[in-house]
Every structure is written in structure tokens, then in C-alpha cells.
Design a protein around this ligand. Structure first.
Ligand SMILES: C[S@@+](CC[C@H](N)C(=O)[O-])C[C@H]1O[C@@H](n2cnc3c(N)ncnc32)[C@H](O)[C@@H]1O
Length: 233
């Protein structure tokens, strides 16, 4: 059974974000700081996938849980994955509609990841980009974690990217510690690194982003996220 109160809360929160136009303002891909965060994350992700032996991606089946508008999933197509092997799931209808509109070659499903509409072992990779930080109810988080474990093939991996610290500017988000990540995927081999300059700071760098992003993000306590891979035994 789904965690109804958390589903309702998430729907309200994402409705509020949409009404306040965050997609076009603070999260806008036109902001140079947001671009730098994206480029750093995707650059490191490609290295990580290569090191873990997932390239070439051509035959890999990939699921993006909490896919939002599908941009991360679309990047996998650009890196060589076949569109028919790329799937996204999200709870929010508007986000799924946007994803379908922007990336019609990929498959997007509206639904709660507490019950994923896929068979056991169906995927080589399951990606979660800033999803668990949005889920404040531990019961929902645990169920989503179990579903991800179920749909992953043995030897497959979870790609994790999420806040490691809470944001004082957004009470709807929490940081996820290494211990909690491992707890969601018990028995998985976990490798994590810190990255991403604190977004409120990165977004203010403006024209100086290309000069300042790298030195500032090299300061460990200014890095807000974990990126990593968790391999299913
Ligand atoms: C912060 S957004 C990130 C979206 C996208 N992954 C990205 O990085 O651009 C978190 C997403 O997770 C989705 N989400 C949260 N809980 C979910 C659940 N139980 N089932 C499916 N999607 C969920 C939300 O609807 C939202 O689109």
C-alpha cells in the first residue's frame, strides 16, 4: 500500500514549486551556476559509469526513478543508450507530461515508485537524482528503496545523486547521510564522492562562474551533494 499522506504532501509541494515558477527561476538551466553544477555532475557520472564497466550503454536497460522532466534520462541517450531501453517514473502528472513532450522517444510512466510497474531484475541501472531528499516520510523512502532493489538485476547498480545536507532555505528537502543511503540498499557495495557547490552560492556567481566554480567547489564543506554508485551483489 502507498504512503498516502506523503503522496499528498509531495503533490502539494510540487504544485507550490510550479505556481512559484521555480523551474524558470531558481532552477533555470539558463543560470550559469546551475549549468556548472549539471556539467560537473554529468562529467563525474560518465567517469564513474566507465570505471564501473557500464559503457557501452547500448544494451543497458535504465530506469530513472523520480525522473521529473526527463533531462537526466535523455543524457543517457546522448551517451549511447538506446531510447527503447530508457524508462522514467514520476509521481507528478505535469512533470511526466513535460518529459513526454520534450523526449518523445523515451518511455515515461506516471506512478508512485513505492510500487514500480516493472518485473524483478528488469534493469541494469536505476538512477535517483535528488529524489530521496524530497521524501520526508521514512516509510515511503524504505519502500521506494526496496522497489529499486527488486527491479535491479544482480550486478546492476543504483546511481545516486542527492543532497548530503539539509537546505536552510527549503524545509521540503532533507539531507541524506552515507549511513542512510547504505541503509536503503543493504548489502550493496557503495562508493560515494562529494560534489556540487552549494546551489544558492553557485547561482550567484553569474559571469564569474567559469572562474570561481571550480576553486569554490574544491572546498569540501561547500559541496552539498553525494554522487555515487551502489552495486547489487
Ligand atoms: C527534486 S525532484 C528531481 C527531479 C529529477 N530527478 C531531477 O533531478 O531533475 C524529485 C522528483 O522525485 C519525484 N518523486 C518523489 N517521490 C516519488 C515517488 N514516491 N514516486 C515517484 N516519484 C517521486 C517528485 O515527483 C519529483 O519529480
Amino acid at each position: 500500500m502507498e504512503t498516502r499522506s506523503e503522496v499528498d504532501r509531495l503533490q502539494e509541494v510540487y504544485h507550490e514549486y510550479a505556481v512559484r515558477g521555480f523551474g524558470q527561476s531558481k532552477w533555470s538551466p539558463a543560470n550559469k551556476g546551475n549549468q556548472a553544477i549539471w556539467d560537473e555532475c554529468h562529467g563525474k557520472l560518465r567517469v564513474l559509469l566507465r570505471r564501473a564497466g557500464f559503457f557501452p550503454l547500448e544494451a543497458r536497460r535504465i530506469l530513472d526513478v523520480g525522473c521529473g522532466g526527463g533531462e537526466h534520462l535523455a543524457a543517457f541517450e546522448a551517451w549511447g543508450a538506446r531510447p527503447e531501453n530508457l524508462f522514467g517514473v514520476d509521481l507528478i502528472l505535469d512533470r511526466i507530461r513535460l518529459a513526454q513532450q520534450n523526449h518523445p522517444r523515451l518511455t515515461f510512466k506516471l506512478g508512485n515508485a513505492e510500487a514500480l510497474p516493472f518485473a524483478e531484475g528488469a534493469f541494469d541501472l536505476v538512477t535517483v537524482f535528488t529524489v530521496f531528499s524530497s521524501i520526508l516520510d521514512g516509510r515511503m523512502a524504505a519502500k521506494v528503496g526496496r522497489e529499486i532493489v527488486r527491479v535491479l538485476a544482480s550486478g546492476g547498480a543504483v546511481i545516486w545523486y542527492d543532497f548530503r545536507m539539509r537546505s536552510p532555505l527549503n524545509r521540503h528537502v532533507r539531507g541524506i547521510s552515507r549511513r542512510r543511503i547504505q541503509g536503503l540498499f543493504p548489502g550493496f557495495k557503495m562508493s560515494l564522492e562529494t560534489l556540487s557547490l552549494l546551489p544558492p552560492l553557485a547561482r550567484r556567481l553569474g559571469a564569474l562562474t567559469h572562474l570561481l566554480y571550480a576553486p569554490l567547489s574544491s572546498v569540501p564543506f561547500l559541496r552539498s551533494h553525494y554522487l555515487g554508485i551502489l552495486t547489487k551483489p
